[in-house]
Write a protein that binds this ligand. Sequence first.
Ligand code: 5RP
Length: 222
Amino acid sequence: MTADDLKALVGRAALAYVVPGSVVGVGTGSTVNHFIDALATFKGQIAGAVSSSEKSSERLAAHGIAVLDANAVAAIPVYIDGADEIDHGGHMIKGGGAALTREKIVADLAERFICIADASKLVERLGSYPLPVEVIAMAAARITRRFAEAYGGVATPRQGVTTDNGNLLLDVRGLQIADPLAMETEINQWPGVVSVGIFARHRASVCLLGTAQGVQTLRFGA
Ligand code: 5RP
């Protein structure tokens, strides 16, 4: 099975977590694209979707699924999204698709984060994947120096990428993320950081992991 086959497997499996009659939170990326395609078969049974990116909104709309403004929705039962890395505690690195800020906003509306990922995303410790950080442009150099001083990380701007919010994206390499919650909390305090791609405060409740043996369900509580 290819990685894309595994992504399709978990994209379809995530349908079981969609609550009929509710608004669904929808993430971004190639795994979520499979989920959106599966959701199209269920569209008559949901009240719509809140989306985390322009790309996902376009795909949802192309399937005739109503895309609602996040401001019009007070709470949603589930948010379904992929990850670049997930550890055994449900903490994730996200933002490979540059959508981390809106992903965190929609995740914050949700009671549960259902992560869908192929088996290559499960890691013992976060940090091999470059950490995405969305920043205000005038703070980029200061934040780059700060990553080097505080964590020995090397931050570089992602070339040719502007986020859906009109900001720069830094990718930070060389990090050892021993305590995801502490690092997320610290980086969130740095002026000019819009959001950091560590999802510890908004960690997954469940991960549907695509393996050659089928879908493995990891539960992290909450
Ligand atoms: C987008 C994300 C994605 O969830 C993450 O990059 C995984 O993507 P894919 O499903 O394509 O492997 O965080 O910002």
